[in-house]
Design a protein around this ligand. Sequence first.
Ligand SMILES: [Zn+2]
Length: 251
Amino acid sequence: MPTSQPTQTAEVARLLAKCQRVVALTGAGISVESGIPDFRSKGGLWTRFPPDQYATIQAFMDDPEKVWQMLAEMEKVLDRAKPNPGHLALSRLEKLGVVEGIITQNIDGLHQEAGSKTVVEFHGSHRTLGCQWCGKGYGSDEFDGTETPPLCSCGKVLKPDVVFFGEAIPTRAMNDANSLASGCRVMLVVGTSAEVVPASQMPMLAKRNGATVVEVNVERTLLTDSVTDHFLQGKAGVVLTDLANEIAKLL
Ligand SMILES: [Zn+2]
């Protein structure tokens, strides 16, 4: 039965320090503290821009200007966001040789901004854009945001390299995630209920290969009573900072 949180944090810290080869699976919950509301939450992006009309690849191909009304809003939120203590703690744990890599469902690039090096982005990134018609790629820093929608040199509207509904997860991300998840000793699930494929498969894959699953979430999820071995309840920024401080003492 779960013990009180401080005891449990210390126990998990010992486990992580001993096992190393830790892979983190992160979701929207870790970026909420950076001011990015979960798109699915009340007041989130999807309540104002229904994803079937604004976030499918078909919607983009049919009417990219319309989809950019949603993307412009999303960019405004993402551009303002800075890494929070949760992102920084994971980056610190990578430098300490404890965290091997991060698999994230987020498109905000905040793990990299926090200094993490091995980051697999399941749903792509908003930091690069591509042309669906001629294939040319651009960095989002090549556009200052006044130009909406941003255009390719061929004249067509560019699409951020985020995975739209109806698009496949990039093969490379899928392969990298599978290899990280199947090779880790501990999977640290942070800020996600991991109910959406393929993220949902990662804790199971890790577990089948002998890993311990540690979950950090504000609320219990479907994972908590199924695959989770240790549940640390709380905000990612608080829990991960405590964990990183404890681990640093043990190394
Ligand atoms: Zn083009």
